[in-house]
Write a protein that binds this ligand. Structure first.
Ligand SMILES: [Mg+2]
Ligand SMILES: [Zn+2]
Length: 269
């Protein structure tokens, strides 16, 4: 059982671009986006744009090819593979959507490194149109967090993961992100955890504007090379710390179950 849980944001963290913007720019939907943006929240807007692209005759294969062209820094691929081989439990928490994330991670051969992808559900319907839905059904049960967009509170996801881990075995969290939506989960981290905000991006601005609110140790990064170096240092230091406390581990290591688990996709290894 892994004792280090690494949680990655996707857009501008694992990949260097925003996947929604990438697809819209590459398939010529930017003007439509600019027209509709003032009238709709982001998540339903993405579903609407997919509907418009479908009615213009753009195919799902074009979207897949476009997603495969998203650059992924080799240092980040190598960091993810190394952390996986060291036994870290890795998960994605993202406000993109499952179809995009799965396509990109599979294309780069790292999908199997993750145990969970927590994101907005999406699927290709019978007509070949990509449908995108909110992670939280905000019309029926709003998440009530005023830091986060209505469709997804990443802090709620972190709390669910924290509650699902065995309290007898100390789990160390490492959270990596760049955006405003990564601030709420950062506030949920505890002493002994690490947060890796991308330097000069919104989450870094929020963290550094009031450092006293953050219990986790802060390790900034700017690019893939720094991400790999810093993450590997943290993983190795937490692995050696665990070896010292191995005698204290309990024999029974049963994962608590939680109703929220059903919301996450469990990746087949
Ligand atoms: Mg991001
Ligand atoms: Zn939140």
């Amino acid at each position: 059982m892994a004792s280090t849980i690494i949680i990655f944001d996707f857009d501008k963290t694992i990949i260097d671009v925003d996947s929604d913007n990438w697809v819209m720019e590459n398939l010529g939907a930017t003007q439509l986006f600019n027209e509709l943006r003032p009238t709709m929240p982001w998540n339903p807007l993405m579903d609407r744009i997919m509907g418009e692209l479908h009615s213009q005759g753009r195919t799902i294969d074009e979207i897949v090819e476009c997603l495969k062209r998203i650059p992924l820094d080799p240092h980040i691929i190598s960091a993810i593979k190394s952390a996986h081989s060291l036994g870290c439990d890795m998960r994605v928490v993202s406000d993109a959507n499952l179809f995009y994330i799965e396509t990109v991670l599979k294309h780069h051969g790292i999908f199997g490194c993750f145990t969970e992808i927590n994101t907005n559900p999406s699927y290709v319907d019978e007509a070949g149109r990509l449908r995108i839905f909110p992670y939280h059904d905000f019309t029926k049960s709003p998440h009530g967090c005023n830091l986060c967009p209505p469709n997804m509170c990443k802090g709620r996801v972190i709390e669910r993961i924290q509650a699902s881990t065995n309290s007898k075995e100390k789990k160390r969290f490492i959270y990596l992100g760049d955006g405003r939506g990564d601030y709420c989960p950062t506030l949920k981290l505890n002493e002994g955890d690490y947060v890796m905000p991308r330097k000069n991006y919104p989450v870094w601005d929020l963290i550094t504007s009031n450092i006293g609110l953050i219990k986790a140790e802060i390790h900034e990064w700017s690019n893939g090379e720094e991400l790999e170096k810093t993450l590997m240092q943290l993983v190795k230091s937490s692995t050696s710390a665990q070896l010292l406390s191995v005698d204290c581990k309990s024999q029974a290591k049963q994962l608590k179950t939680h109703e929220g688990l059903a919301k996450a996709l469990h990746v087949q290894q």
